[in-house]
Ligand binder design. Structure first.
Ligand code: GDP
Ligand code: MG
Length: 447
């Protein structure tokens, strides 16, 4: 996941707490020192780190745990809370208004990831059933319009460009009559090497003509702590409505950019976690911290599942998952959806506790071929067997195998996968992060 080494050190520090005999001042001081070291290594600003760790000590000293809450859980809870505050406290979503079109303008310096992000956002909103178009107003880089066009084609949205025109306002006006046919218009703009007057002027004049509903500043994570100053400057000169931190996958120091951006006064709306259109996540501080601490992030998992499966079906599966009801057909649909979404192992990080379980690689690696065999063998099962796979014994396996032409060992594999999934699903019932927090101790092997 992003911020892997930060995540590992935080988890290790907390592990020590869960296994300590007593929680006294000494344990708290040790914990605080470990957290400091971890955050500093992830490039979080020294002052922010000290504020956070002082706060943890203060709260542990002054606040009282609830009646039946063990001290160590109380302490972990405070850590979770303060890390969440460090990263911006609450999620603040972009609200797409009912107007045609809702305009989202992306600004930022050269190479920050604006054009890629235009593709990612188009993809994100298209999957949520909005009619989306992009427009390329970067007239400074010769290849920029074409890059946007290719990305837009890839995700299947319309793209407005004019490669000959050198005035972004003229380009915008040229297609103006057509925008009302779209729910959302995503506007890609030009960058500069620094926030110069030239760039401020350009953004200001685009602002005046386009009047975007959202003006999002794109910041690459490798910028580290400097992200704060950049966000503040842009905020002041071009009234930014939100931030997006990209390239989270590319650096161990992304903690610096995230925490710095969080204090700039503008909220982080999304993070970019890779180069492909799907590599975009909504940024939600509590969930993000849950993931850092290894508790997974059920909400993001369900969100991804929703993208791949139809709304209705995912609601249904979600309900059944949470109730612990789950059969082979569900497993199959899930596997199919997940293989569509990409790497299953990446998804497993999102399931509470799963990032800790070392699953065999072949379990995570669901290949198309395997899925096909599973489908054949499922076609040879009776409805009752599909709904209650527990019924399938050795002689039924032989029958299914000879009926479908799939080796018995693969049928057994399928059943094994089913049992594992069922066990995992029943362990993630109830997605309230507070509850997950309380179960935290029992979840992680060895803790
Ligand atoms: P722009 O100049 O602001 O439009 O930036 P681009 O969108 O052209 O991106 C610059 C480079 O960063 C390209 O090579 C992108 O593929 C890459 N990039 C953008 N976002 C991400 C991300 O989230 N992760 C990684 N690893 N690369 C990214
Ligand atoms: Mg660009």
């Amino acid at each position: 996941m992003v911020l892997d080494s930060l995540s590992t050190s935080l988890k290790n520090s907390l592990k020590k707490i869960t296994s300590a005999l007593f929680i006294d001042e000494k344990t708290v001081n040790e914990l605080v020192q470990n957290i400091q070291r971890a955050l500093l290594a992830a490039d979080v600003n020294v002052q922010l780190v000290f504020n956070l760790t002082n706060k943890i000590k203060e709260r542990f000293r002054d606040e009282k745990p609830t009646k039946d809450q063990p001290k160590r859980e109380f302490l972990i809870h405070i850590v979770y809370d303060e890390l969440t505050n460090l990263l911006g406290k609450e999620k603040e979503e972009i609200k797409i208004l009912q107007k045609k079109p809702f305009k989202i303008m992306l600004v930022g310096l050269f190479g920050s990831g604006k054009t890629s992000l235009a593709g990612k956002l188009a993809n994100y909103y298209k999957k949520r059933n909005y009619k989306v178009a992009t427009i390329g107003l970067d007239v400074h880089r010769p290849a920029a319009p074409l890059q946007l066009k290719i990305l837009s084609d890839q995700v299947g949205v319309h793209c407005f460009i004019d490669e000959k025109e050198k005035d972004p306002i003229k380009i915008y006006k040229r297609f103006e009559q057509q925008y009302k046919n779209y729910d959302i218009l995503i506007i890609d703009t030009a960058g500069r090497d620094a926030l110069l007057h030239e760039l401020i002027d350009e953004i200001e004049s685009l602002n005046k003509i386009i009047r975007p509903d959202e003006r999002l500043l794109v910041i690459p994570a490798e910028l580290g702590q400097t992200a704060q100053r950049q966000a503040e400057q842009f905020h002041k000169s071009c009234s930014i409505t939100g931030l997006i931190v990209t390239k989270m996958d590319g650096t161990a120091k992304a903690g610096g950019a995230l925490s710095a951006a969080a204090v700039s006064g503008a909220k982080i709306k999304f993070i970019g976690v890779g180069e492909r259109p799907n590599d975009l996540e909504t940024f939600n501080p509590p969930n993000f911290v849950s993931r850092l601490l290894g508790m997974g992030d059920l909400e993001t998992l369900l969100e991804k599942a929703r993208e791949a499966i139809s709304e209705e079906k995912s609601k249904d599966i979600e309900k059944r998952l949470l109730k612990g009801e789950f059969n082979l057909v569900d497993l199959y649909e899930q596997m199919q959806a997940m293989s569509k979404m990409g790497s299953l192992s990446k998804l497993m990080e999102l399931v509470p506790g799963m990032s800790q379980l070392k699953l065999p690689k072949e379990v995570l690696d669901v290949q198309e071929g395997k899925l096909k065999h599973w489908r054949y063998s499922m076609n040879s099962m009776t409805r009752k067997e599909l709904e209650m796979p527990e019924l399938i014994d050795g002689s039924r396996i032989r029958r299914i195998s000879s009926g479908s032409g799939v080796p018995a060992s693969e049928v057994r594999d399928l059943l094994k996968q089913y049992r594992m999934a069922k066990k995992m699903m029943s362990s993630i019932k109830g997605k309230d992060p507070e509850k997950l927090m309380r179960k935290f101790k029992g979840r992680i092997p060895g803790m």
